[in-house]
Design a protein around this ligand. Structure first.
Ligand SMILES: [Zn+2]
Length: 141
């Protein structure tokens, strides 16, 4: 598999093209509370549903985030895709496909082949989840 069609490449490509303010709007949690503070943005964390303190730090330079709340799953530096995954509780392939559909594949310079690859991944995740959901009781006839 060439690098262009690898999962890691798609993740890096999408994350790099994201805009931190648009990501906060996309997630839709306390969007009006987002403020700029020097080189970073501070906001309400959508993962642990913060309403009082700006524990969420967003770095537009490398498109990473970290929540300063010690009990939050986002309490370690990671990329913006991880913020969306943990906020939406969707799988990473689903998040990537939803972002591409929401902002348009061109925004992330995703080719048709890459979009097909993502759609295949999402189908695989759903098949896997459906298989996990099927309990022995419902399978018995
Ligand atoms: Zn948090």
């Amino acid at each position: 598999m060439s690098y262009e069609y690898s999962y890691a490449q798609i993740c890096a490509q999408v994350n790099a093209a994201l805009d931190v303010r648009r990501v906060v709007e996309y997630i839709g949690w306390e969007t009006e509370k987002l403020v700029r503070s020097g080189d970073i943005y501070l906001g309400m964390c959508p993962i642990h549903h913060e309403k009082m303190f700006r524990t969420l730090e967003l770095n537009p330079r490398n498109n990473t985030y970290e929540c300063k709340h010690v009990n939050c799953p986002g309490n370690a530096p990671s990329d913006l895709l991880d913020l969306i995954v943990k906020s939406s509780r969707k799988s990473l392939p689903e998040v990537l496909l939803n972002l591409a559909n929401h902002f348009g594949p061109d925004q992330f310079r995703l080719t048709d082949r890459q979009m097909e690859f993502l759609a295949d991944l999402v189908n695989q995740v759903r098949e896997y989840e459906n298989a996990q959901d099927a309990s022995p009781d419902t399978q018995a006839s």
